[in-house]
Design a protein around this ligand. Structure first.
Ligand code: AMP
Length: 579
C-alpha cells in the first residue's frame, strides 16, 4: 500500500491529515488521488459515505486549486446541508496549513447575506446544496465562469431529491473545459445520464464499500406482527439500556410519530427529518453529538452524511425501500474501527426483503428473538448495579442526613439493604412487564395467529369495521393500525386482523371498542374524501349505530394531517415491489 506522500499529497496537507490521524490511505483514496491529481480526466467513483471519499476528492482539490487567487475554482455539490457542512469542515481541516485558503459552505436555512459576504471575500472552494446555489446564481452573487472542478457528491441522492434540473442549470453556468468528478453510492440510469451528458470518457472506479462487508457490524432481524412493531422496538430499547442509536423510519410522518411516542413513553429520543427547520435540525444534531440525546429517529435522507462515532445500534423500524439504503443506514454504526449492531424489525411478509438485503450485504443475518420480560428486567437490573457502582458520592451534600438515615436503617444487613435498593427499581420494571406477551412470531407456524399460541387474540368471527380507505390511499396494515389507533384511541390489543383492499379495508375490532371507534370517525376527511366506516359482521354491513349503511353519510369536515406522506409512501412501495 502506498502512503499519502507517495500518492502525491503535498507537505502542508500531509501535516494536516497526520494530525487528523490519517495514517494510511483508504482504498478509494489510494486509487482516486493519483488519478485526480493528474488533472486530465473526468471521474466517476462508486463509493458511499464512510469509505473516505471526502478526502479522496478533497486532497486533490487542495493540491490543484491555486489558493493565491481569490476566485472560485472548485464547486462541491452535496444533497443535504449536513453533508455540505461536513465536506467544508473536512476540507478546511485538510487545508489548515494553506494560509490563504478560503473554503465556504452555502446551504439553505441559513442567512444568504452572510454566505454572500463569505463568497465575496474570495472563496476558492465552495461546498453547496443545489437549491441555495441556484439562488446565489440568480442573485448574481456567485461567478461560476472561473470554475475548474465540479464535484457531484452523492449524485444518486441529489437526483432522488429532485435536484436534476438544478444540477443541469448549475453546470450550464460553468466553463466547458472544467473537470467533473462524480461520486455516487449507486449508479441508476439517471446518474449514468449525468455522466454521459457532462463528462468525456471519465475514469471509473468502484470501491468495495467499507461498511457492507464490515466484519464489525452484526446484522440481526426480528420477526414480529405488524401491530407489535412499536412494542418490539421498546422491548429492544429496554433490553439495551446503554444504547446510543439511530432508529430509521421510511417516512417523515413515521419518524415524527415514533419519536413522539418514544418521548411520551419516557425514552430519551428525538426526530430528524426534512420537515424540521434548519435550526431545529442543528439543535437535535448537537444534542445527539454530545450524547445528551440517546436515540435519534431519522429518515434516510436526513441521516445521510451524519458522521457520529460510537453509534452502538442502527435500528430499522421499517426496512428501507431500496436494499442499497440498508447499507447507508447500517454504515452509521461501526465507524472508525468500532463494532456495531444493525437491527431490523420485519413482519412475515417482509422476510423476502431480508433475503434481498442479505444478498446485497453479502452476509447472513441472525434471526433474533425480541427480548422477553425476564431479559429486559435482567438488563435493567445490571444497569442499575453499574449506576450504583459508578455513582459519585456527594459526601458533603448528604453528610447532614446520614446520621438519621443510619439510624433508620440500623437493623438492616448489607445484603438486605442491597436487595431492597435494587427492588425499588426492579419492581417497577417487573410490574410493567408482568403480563408482557411474547412478541416473536413463530415463523415455522406463521399461519397461526398469536391467539392460537397464547389465547389472547381475535376469533375470525370478531366484528369487523369497514372503512372506505385502502391501498390506493397509501395504507398498508402498519399505517392503517396506527391510523385507527390514533383516531379511535383503541389499544393494539383491541385491534385484530387488518385486511387492506384497494379502495377499502376491513379491521377486526374488539366488540366493546367498536361503538366508540365508529363514532370517532365522524366528520373525518382523508385526502379530500369523507371517511366512511361501517360495522361489517356476519356478512352484513351496518353503519356505526346499527342502521343500514347508506343512511349514514355526509358527516361534517375534519381534516387529517397525515395524508400527504401516506401518498408519498405509496410511490416508494411500488418501487420496492418492482425490484
Ligand atoms: P467519508 O467517507 O469521507 O465520510 O469519511 C469517513 C470517516 O473516515 C471520516 O470521519 C474521515 O475523517 C475518516 N477518514 C477518511 N480517510 C481516512 C484515513 N485515511 N484514515 C483514517 N480515517 C480516515
Amino acid at each position: 500500500m502506498r502512503s499519502f506522500n507517495e500518492l502525491g499529497v503535498g507537505e502542508k496537507a500531509l501535516k494536516a491529515i497526520a494530525e487528523l490521524g490519517f495514517e494510511q490511505p483508504t482504498p478509494i483514496q489510494e486509487q482516486a488521488i493519483p488519478v485526480l491529481l493528474t488533472d486530465e480526466k473526468d471521474f466517476v467513483g462508486l463509493a458511499q459515505t464512510g469509505t473516505g471519499k471526502t478526502a479522496a476528492f478533497g486532497l486533490p482539490l487542495i493540491e490543484l486549486v491555486d489558493f493565491h487567487k481569490p476566485i472560485t475554482q472548485a464547486l462541491v455539490l452535496a444533497p443535504t446541508r449536513e453533508l455540505c457542512v461536513q465536506i467544508s469542515k473536512d476540507m478546511m481541516n485538510y487545508s489548515k496549513y494553506h494560509q490563504s485558503a478560503n473554503i465556504v459552505a452555502v446551504y439553505g436555512g441559513a442567512s444568504i447575506d452572510t454566505q454572500i459576504r463569505q463568497i465575496r471575500k474570495g472563496a476558492q472552494i465552495i461546498a453547496a446544496t443545489p437549491g441555495r446555489l441556484i439562488d446565489l446564481i440568480h442573485r448574481k452573487a456567485i461567478r461560476l465562469e472561473t470554475i475548474r472542478y465540479v464535484v457531484l457528491d452523492e449524485a444518486d441522492e441529489m437526483l432522488n431529491m429532485g435536484f436534476q434540473e438544478d444540477i443541469d442549470e448549475i453546470l450550464s453556468h460553468t466553463p466547458k473545459d472544467k473537470k467533473v468528478w462524480l461520486f455516487s453510492a449507486t449508479m441508476p440510469a439517471e446518474v449514468r445520464s449525468i455522466a454521459s451528458n457532462y463528462m468525456t470518457n471519465p475514469f471509473e472506479l468502484t470501491v468495495g464499500r467499507k461498511n457492507e462487508g464490515a466484519e464489525n457490524i452484526e446484522h440481526h432481524y426480528y420477526v414480529v406482527h405488524e401491530r407489535d412493531r412499536y412494542a418490539s422496538l421498546k422491548r429492544i430499547l429496554d433490553a439495551e439500556p446503554e444504547i446510543f442509536g439511530i432508529i430509521f423510519c421510511r417516512t417523515k410522518i413515521d419518524t415524527q410519530r415514533i419519536a413522539e411516542n418514544l418521548i411520551k413513553d419516557g425514552y430519551n429520543a428525538d426526530s430528524l427529518h426534512g420537515d424540521l427547520s434548519q435550526q431545529q435540525r442543528d439543535k437535535v444534531m448537537a444534542r445527539y453529538r454530545s450524547r445528551t440525546l440517546q436515540m435519534l429517529v431519522a429518515t434516510d435522507v436526513a441521516a445521510r452524511g451524519i458522521d457520529v462515532n460510537d453509534v452502538t445500534h442502527v435500528i430499522h423500524y421499517n426496512l428501507p425501500d431500496e436494499a442499497e439504503n440498508y447499507l447507508h443506514r447500517s454504515g452509521r454504526t461501526a465507524r472508525a474501527g468500532k463494532s456495531g449492531v444493525s437491527v431490523a424489525l420485519v413482519n412475515v411478509r417482509e422476510l423476502d426483503k431480508i433475503r434481498q438485503v442479505e444478498k446485497r450485504v453479502n452476509k447472513k443475518f441472525h434471526l433474533s428473538k425480541i427480548p422477553t420480560a425476564v431479559d429486559v428486567c435482567e438488563q435493567q437490573l445490571m444497569k442499575l448495579m453499574k449506576k450504583i457502582h459508578d455513582v459519585e458520592v456527594n459526601e458533603k451534600g448528604i453528610a447532614k442526613y446520614l446520621p438519621s438515615i443510619f439510624e433508620e436503617l440500623h437493623d438492616i444487613s448489607k445484603e438486605d439493604l442491597i436487595q431492597r435498593v435494587v427492588s425499588i427499581e426492579f419492581n417497577r420494571f417487573l410490574d410493567y412487564y408482568r403480563n408482557a406477551p411474547d412478541l416473536n412470531v413463530d415463523i415455522a407456524h406463521q399461519g397461526r395467529s398469536r391467539s392460537s399460541q397464547n389465547g389472547e387474540s381475535y376469533r375470525s368471527s370478531a366484528p369487523r369495521m369497514f372503512i372506505n380507505l385502502g391501498s390506493v390511499d397509501g395504507f398498508d396494515r402498519g399505517n392503517m393500525l396506527d391510523y385507527v389507533m390514533e383516531m379511535t384511541g383503541a389499544t393494539k390489543n383491541q385491534v385484530g386482523k387488518i385486511d387492506i383492499k384497494g379502495v377499502y379495508s376491513f379491521i377486526e375490532m374488539e366488540e366493546q371498542a367498536l361503538p366508540k371507534a365508529m363514532e370517532s370517525f365522524r366528520g373525518e376527511v382523508f385526502n379530500g374524501r369523507k371517511v366512511r366506516v361501517e360495522i361489517s359482521g356476519d356478512g352484513e354491513r351496518k353503519s356505526f349505530d346499527g342502521k343500514k349503511s347508506k343512511e349514514k353519510r355526509g358527516w361534517g369536515e375534519k381534516s387529517y394531517k397525515r395524508n400527504e406522506s401516506f401518498s408519498g409512501d405509496k410511490k416508494r412501495k411500488r418501487k420496492y415491489a418492482g425490484r
